[in-house]
Write a protein that binds this ligand. Structure first.
Ligand SMILES: [Fe+2]
Length: 208
């Protein structure tokens, strides 16, 4: 599970060349974009801490515009940008389908592995940002969500298990505007180890 509470960027969890996602794409995605979110997370966090300590600007808090509003909006965008990218990179570098309890639960929920892959992939074509297979602790079961931005469409009480980034920066160098080809390549590079471990840890977890 991502642990960016220490505010440090995590190194790429794999070193192998991926199939259909170039090293250039991964390097830019990780070293520039992801690290940029980590840096902004730290910057915003520090400014909020300073504001809380000094108490300055709190009386001016305003929902149309205020310094605190700008910081709070930036905070959730940056923090979710960090977490979602860590889940995304964590699941790359492998070459197969999962085995064990997570696969069994997916098949039970979606009817078959092929139906799961079809719905997950189609969701990736229907949204602008992220596809998230999660353990929804409100429902007490697996759930698939899609969202357009880091700070939009997330559901409270969900533990991400498998995360796909469908922003253009994840594939445009390799596939141009052909997002479907990128998603097909993504499936071939998955390492399910962390997702399976996390599922085993959280299955049964209830937020109610
Ligand atoms: Fe990304």
């Amino acid at each position: 599970m991502p642990s960016s509470a220490d505010d440090q960027a995590r190194p790429l969890p794999f070193s192998k060349e991926l199939d259909g996602i170039s090293k250039k794409t991964i390097d830019i995605h990780h070293d520039k974009l992801y690290v940029g979110y980590v840096n902004k997370m730290k910057e915003v966090g520090q400014k909020i801490k300073e504001m809380a300590a000094a108490g300055t600007g709190l009386d001016a808090a305003n929902q149309t515009y205020s310094d605190l509003r700008a910081l709070r909006n930036g905070e959730t965008f940056a923090v979710n940008g960090v977490y979602l990218h860590e889940y995304y990179f964590e699941a790359l570098g492998g070459a197969g389908e999962p085995a064990g309890a997570l696969r069994d639960a997916i098949v039970e929920k979606f009817g078959s592995w092929e139906k799961f892959v079809a719905m997950f992939s189609a969701t990736g074509m229907a949204v602008r940002g992220w596809v998230v297979l999660c353990w929804d602790a409100q429902l007490g079961r697996l759930k698939l969500y899609g969202c357009d931005a880091h700070d939009q469409g997330g559901v409270w009480g969900c533990i991400p298990l498998l995360v796909l980034d469908v922003y253009e920066h994840a594939y445009f160098i390799d596939h141009g505007s052909d997002r479907k080809a990128y998603i097909q390549a993504w499936w071939k590079n998955l390492d399910w180890k962390a997702a399976t471990e996390r599922f085993n840890n959280v299955k049964g977890l209830s937020a109610r």
